[in-house]
Design a protein around this ligand. Sequence first.
Ligand code: SF4
Ligand code: SF4
Length: 328
Amino acid sequence: MKKVVFFTDMNYLQEALKNFNISSFAEKKVPVKLHMGEIKNKHFPKPDFVKLIIDELKNSKADPFLFDTTVAYPGLRHYVSGYHQVARLHGFTTKKIGCDIVIDDSGVIQTVESRNYEVAWHIINSTHIFAISHVKGHVASGMGGAIKNFGMGGVTKETKRKMHNGSRPVYKKDACTFCGVCAEVCPFDAIKIKNNKLKQNMRSCFGCGVCIENCDSGAMKNKDADFQYVLSCAAKACVQDKNVIYLNELKRIAKSCDCDPFADPIICPDIGYLVSDDMVAVDKASLDLINKVKGNVFEKELKVNPFKQITYGEDIGLGSSSYSLIEL
Ligand code: SF4
Ligand code: SF4
């Protein structure tokens, strides 16, 4: 059973970290993996909160730096210089946070379960990593937590693009009953059904896989693999053989992710913070706590079962879904 520590007050951070061999982080350069928020998004982890964690890592004699990767879609965060601009705008500066801000755009290929993932250079070249993951909904994975923070956020934009493309739907007309469910659930309006004909607009398709998940007839299949499966595999490519501590922030739990400029509404009240050294356990505990407060809220709101990433993660040896919760 893995340990997961729960607390609601950041004054308990030091006590929480003592459970996870934080002393081994001393004298190490430590990337602190953080999504610094898409422009106009309001819910990403706030600089004052992030600084508390950076200060605590420094107290433990580690040498931390804030770290993220460029994204696949167009916009400022597609480029290193543009991401730095957004980071500055959101208050992530060396002066304010007290450490360097590093954005990676290149990586090294790692193979997990026979697929290749290009993992960011600074992850590959580190032995110790700290992850700050804001827990919220996500259009393709139901929930975004630690697995999403690495599975998508720890790889290069080429790999991100490949993962989304591989989870796009391939339509099998012979199996289709024209029930209309896929068109109804598609968040990007990419499917139209009229007179027993289904039309897909692949230019609008984001590869979220929601249509596949909701088609009971097997008429929609992934081009390559389920999005949550490749997410778990990519996360494993990032953290295998590393010492990682995961902090999940269960606050400002919005319907959509920090990549979304319009992530509202908030769909669950604030809960607190979870820390573990097991990525699957910390995400499972996050989902369980959220479901206690707001039963199945992600599945109800997004029509995606977020537990798939947990099951896949456990199957491929990324971590354990069995945990004991220690409350501070
Ligand atoms: S959900 Fe499946 S069966 Fe229903 S219309 Fe879409 S593809 Fe056809
Ligand atoms: S994968 Fe997502 S965006 Fe693409 S058609 Fe299916 S539901 Fe719509």
